[in-house]
Write a protein that binds this ligand. Structure first.
Ligand SMILES: [Zn+2]
Length: 48
């Protein structure tokens, strides 16, 4: 339980968020995962 199916498939819904120091990052609106700035590698990050 937890992650929506779309997120478990690696299809996150990224939105831009602002940090306190003025930077930006991306976060999934569905599961809250922080984007690491790299494109997800299919099959390499599927641990639950
Ligand atoms: Zn997600």
């Amino acid at each position: 339980m937890g992650k929506p199916l779309t997120c478990r498939l690696g299809r996150h819904r990224w939105v831009r968020r602002a940090t306190e120091d003025g930077g930006t990052y991306k976060q999934c609106v569905r599961c809250g995962k922080d984007h690491d700035g790299l494109r997800p590698q299919p099959g390499s990050n599927l641990s639950l």
